[in-house]
Ligand binder design. Structure first.
Ligand SMILES: [Zn+2]
Ligand SMILES: [Zn+2]
Length: 329
């Protein structure tokens, strides 16, 4: 079967064996794959992993063959990103996302930029009626955004500042908005900030312009918001977050790629800040939000490519005016 493989010399189409089907597994015929920042970071060599690898972890498809009667061939599905061990402390205590033996699709084990993938049935989620394959690719990043809002919740009408106007920033903003918070979205990219405005956000701030924080300070008694989410993972994003969060407030960090060591422990102590991380989230909630139309994902898709055009799709995804690139298999 055809796969897009990342080797030492770059991305190339290749032939890989059809995956076997073990008891308890489902083989999925992949339909659509969304490119994520981690796919691009591995491809650019900014994030290390063992090569060769098949990238891609935000995907949807049909059940091709199944050892589980309830998952019949032809059922539209998406899947979680981690293969869990089921035996470690975390797996036994409902924290699969912290499994000490986990293998992550497209990051530490082969992912979905291929025609077929076999996965344990626990990783599979059926797409609800009305959710097509393109929307289905958003279940994973959306679940991750939901995890942030669950670990760092906002009260109704409370002001939340979100730093980062890319795809995950906009998804996270939509989640907090859907849960009743008042979102201030902060970024630099004028094109993406414009898209956020088109999606209905009225507090969209460009922090490369002088005085950008005035509106946010005015709305928060001059002390800044209690809750700031940084999805950028950059030193700059982190410093902006520290600059605007009020003393005693919470900083929710989202990106797994980027600047480490940008926060001084003494500042956390002096200002009595709380730091909250969140990694994976509940797919059920993500699919429910998509099915109820509470999150707009289609307008985040910049362009779709075929698997044969895979290398071009990765190149395209690095453009500044691109939010989401989909590869259809
Ligand atoms: Zn992702
Ligand atoms: Zn485990």
């Amino acid at each position: 079967m055809k796969s897009l493989i990342l080797t030492q010399s770059g991305l190339q189409l290749g032939d890989t064996p059809m995956p076997s089907l073990l008891p308890g597994e489902v083989r999925v015929e992949v339909r659509s794959v969304g490119l994520c920042k981690s796919d691009l970071s591995i491809w650019k060599g900014e994030m290390e992993t063992d090569l060769p690898i098949i990238l891609g972890h935000e995907f949807s498809g049909f059940v091709h063959e199944s050892t589980i009667p309830s998952l019949e061939p032809g059922t539209p599905v998406t899947a979680e990103i981690d293969r869990f061990c089921g035996r470690c402390y975390y797996c036994q205590n409902g924290m699969h996302q912290q499994c000490t033996n986990r293998k992550t699709l497209g990051i530490t084990t082969d992912g979905a930029l291929t025609e077929y993938i076999s996965l344990p049935a626990e990783m599979i989620h059926v797409l609800p009626d009305g959710i097509d394959h393109i929307a289905g690719t958003f279940a994973e990043p959306l679940s991750s955004a939901i995890a942030t809002a669950q670990r760092a919740p906002a009260a109704k009408d409370e002001i939340v500042a979100i730093i980062g106007s890319g795809r995950l920033g906009i998804l996270t903003a939509q989640v907090y908005d859907a849960l009743g918070a008042e979102v201030y979205l902060i970024g630099k990219n004028r094109w993406k900030l414009g898209l956020a405005r088109q999606l209905g956000f009225s507090h969209v701030l460009n922090d490369s312009q002088d005085g950008w924080e005035k509106e946010l300070l005015d709305a928060t008694d001059g002390v800044g918001p209690r809750l700031v989410v940084d999805v950028t993972g950059t030193h700059e994003g982190l410093h902006t977050a520290l600059d605007i969060v009020r003393n005693g407030g919470t900083l929710a960090l989202k990106s797994v790629i980027g600047a480490d060591g940008g926060i001084s422990p003494s500042e956390i102590v002096r200002r009595e800040l709380q730091i909250v991380g969140s990694l994976r989230g509940p797919f059920e909630d993500a699919l429910d939000m998509l099915a109820k139309g509470r999150i707009e994902v289609k307008r985040l898709v910049s362009r779709q490519f075929s698997l044969d055009e895979g290398p071009a799709a990765f190149e395209y995804a690095t453009r500044p005016d691109v939010t989401k690139v989909i590869i259809n298999i």
